[in-house]
Design a protein around this ligand. Sequence first.
Ligand code: C2E
Ligand code: CA
Ligand code: CA
Ligand code: CA
Length: 279
Amino acid sequence: AKHRGKNRLCFYDPVMQETVTARLRLEEEIRLGTAAGEFVVLYQPQFGGDGAMLGVEALVRWQHPQRGFISPDQFINVAERAGLMPALGLHVLKSACNQLAKWARDPATAGLSIAVNVSAQQLYSDAFVEQVLDSLTRSGAPADRLTLELTESLLLDDMEEAIERMGQLRTRGIRFSIDDFGTGYSSLSYLQRLPLDQLKIDRSFVQNLPGSANGLAIVKAVIALARALDLKVIAEGVECAPQRDILDANGCHRFQGFLFARPMKVEAVEALLHDARRT
Ligand code: C2E
Ligand code: CA
Ligand code: CA
Ligand code: CA
């Protein structure tokens, strides 16, 4: 639209203007919503091969006063581009650490860990390492029960810096998991250089099971790779028993997905844990 003949300097485009306005409004709402405490954290349980709950992944939701629950796909990217993720991500991290500290005090829940998603802006902000350590210290949460989930693309933004920061946190006991593993189209060589504990097989691969031969080949290869590197491997988006069985038969250690449990409030996680122990 910028290059219509001689009108090159005429930038005004009503359609574009509308989306820009909408985005700016959304950014402002995210800013206000963060301050107003509208972002809540749900927890999706993760299970071991024996069916025991090992922990949860923290997943943020926007409880909008007018529009109700809004899923992260509708605001994370906007928040990230607007530089709002460090603040929002810190809120999630603090909530998770507070929850972890509560669980650590009760023998019935002391073994649970919490995984927290970290955005690029968050990882590379100057305050990040200190914020993580601070959140743990202030809450009294055990560091070795906190896992940070980082995507491949985020790590590749600035590998040296990422290695440095991960190293500082890992010496304190914090664990690292590669999120959406296999979707980043990256070379695998970086795996040797990072202080990792776990790979998470992306939902898009799990979804192809049980039908697709290629899907099966990929999943098998990822599990074999993780095990060869002495990493744990978790599958996300497990929706049916055949998917779980294939993953399990091929040596996947951990499972997450609607087959087991949806993202839920803390009380529901505790109820699920309680029920599982009675039966
Ligand atoms: P993700 O990290 O890959 O998280 C997994 C997503 O898959 C979650 O969507 C979860 O609700 C959904 N899911 C879990 N099991 C199943 C299943 O069996 N089937 C299907 N179809 N979906 C399943 P959600 O909660 O909407 O989050 C979407 C994405 O938003 C996350 O993808 C993550 O990238 C991002 N996100 C969520 N919370 C945070 C956060 O606190 N910080 C950051 N930086 N990103 C977040
Ligand atoms: Ca994740
Ligand atoms: Ca994913
Ligand atoms: Ca993701």
